[in-house]
Design a protein around this ligand. Structure first.
Ligand code: MN9
Ligand code: PYR
Length: 337
């Protein structure tokens, strides 16, 4: 499908040389999403929720069954730990280390990729978590921009990222952009300009914004070893069309297997099918957003769908009432039968 659409742009048939060039440029989705032998991250990663006890303490005992659920029931082969969904910014550094370790241990041999989010308000804490991720054998680290004192320029943000990455120089490094939560709106394309000169371990971006101009410019600038991972689940198909190599999201915890079908449909050029699945996801999330959808609701929905005990979210995020979660779970089961 993509070969055709490109061929329509400027020529009627495509030579093997041009085909190869297109593969390198990322025009051909199949090559970008196929399992990568070079360690490049592709496909779906679930951004994990952090299990708490009913009293709000980190509950490591759920992590084993959680990995079972993701691999066996959702076809998920990659996880993104201690991110937004994992409530990282509400956890202590010590808790984040315990969680990172447990996820790495439990996912060993079962997941292709375990990326640990190491971003904090404090550079020192971020470096500590980056070093720790390297020690425990994570496959990569991602770092979000500080958001209390916000970097005002790409330059200051790049310096911050460089300092964190230098604490774990051997570990693939991803910049995690999520402007709706950080309030940092520096275009990602500016952040990644010549970034390998500053961060030799740089391997890509987790792009959780809806600015498709910026996303497209990141994809077209992306280097062969990099992965541009899209993070707005409601509009993943748009991200794929723009050339994202994979996706990281909270909803892939409970709709991963349908989203894998969306990706396959996209890869084989069946846009109608890909859209049908995307529209179902939009129906679910549109409904949830109308009722009020935040991390507390999302966590409870995952608990209901998976049967895992995830506990409440941590304050200031409020727990979701059982009735509220029940309505959304019913909608889920009505849509994804
Ligand atoms: C703001 C936020 O949490 N974004 C997540 C990832 O980045 C997404 O996975 C969303 O949770 C998802 O798109 C549902 O809105
Ligand atoms: C959704 C996501 O990527 C995160 O939880 O960080």
């Amino acid at each position: 499908m993509l070969i055709k659409s490109r061929a329509n742009d400027n020529k009627s048939s495509i030579s093997p040389e041009d085909l190869l060039k297109d593969i390198h440029k990322g025009y051909i989705a199949m090559s970008t999403m196929a399992p990568a032998a070079d360690g490049k991250v592709t496909g779906l990663l679930a951004a994990t929720f952090t299990p708490f006890t009913a009293q709000g303490e980190v509950n490591l005992s759920v992590i084993g069954p959680y990995v079972d659920y993701l691999t066996e029931k959702q076809g998920i082969k990659g996880i993104f730990v201690n991110g937004t969904t994992g409530e990282s910014m509400s956890l202590s550094v010590a808790e984040r280390k315990l969680l990172a370790e447990a996820w790495c241990q439990r996912a060993k041999g079962r997941m292709d990729n375990v990326i640990i989010h190491a971003g904090c308000m404090s550079l020192k804490d971020s470096q500590d978590l980056a070093r720790h991720a390297a020690d425990i054998g994570a496959d990569g680290i991602a770092v979000i921009s500080p958001s209390f004192f916000k970097p005002r320029t790409a330059e200051s943000l790049r310096k911050f990222l460089q300092e964190v990455a230098s604490a774990a120089p051997a570990l693939p490094f991803y910049y995690y952009q999520i402007p709706s939560l950080t309030g940092v709106n520096v275009p990602v394309r500016d952040v990644i300009e010549d970034i390998e000169k500053l961060i030799p371990s740089f391997r890509g971006v987790k792009f959780s914004g809806s600015d498709l101009l910026d996303l497209g410019q990141c994809v077209s600038y992306s280097q062969p070893r990099w992965s541009i991972l899209y993070g707005v689940d409601e509009q993943l198909l748009a991200g794929l069309a723009m050339g994202a190599n994979g996706a990281v999201g909270s909803t892939y915890n409970y709709i991963g297997r349908y989203v894998n079908q969306l990706i396959s449909a996209f890869e084989t050029g069946d846009l109608i099918r890909a859209r049908t699945i995307q529209f179902k996801i939009q129906e679910l999330l549109g409904y949830a957003i109308k009722l009020g959808f935040d991390l507390g609701v999302n966590k409870q929905l995952m608990a209901k769908v998976s049967g895992l005990f995830l506990g409440p979210p941590r304050l200031p995020v409020m727990p979701c009432s059982p009735a509220h979660a029940q309505l959304i779970a019913e909608k889920y089961h009505g849509i994804f039968v």
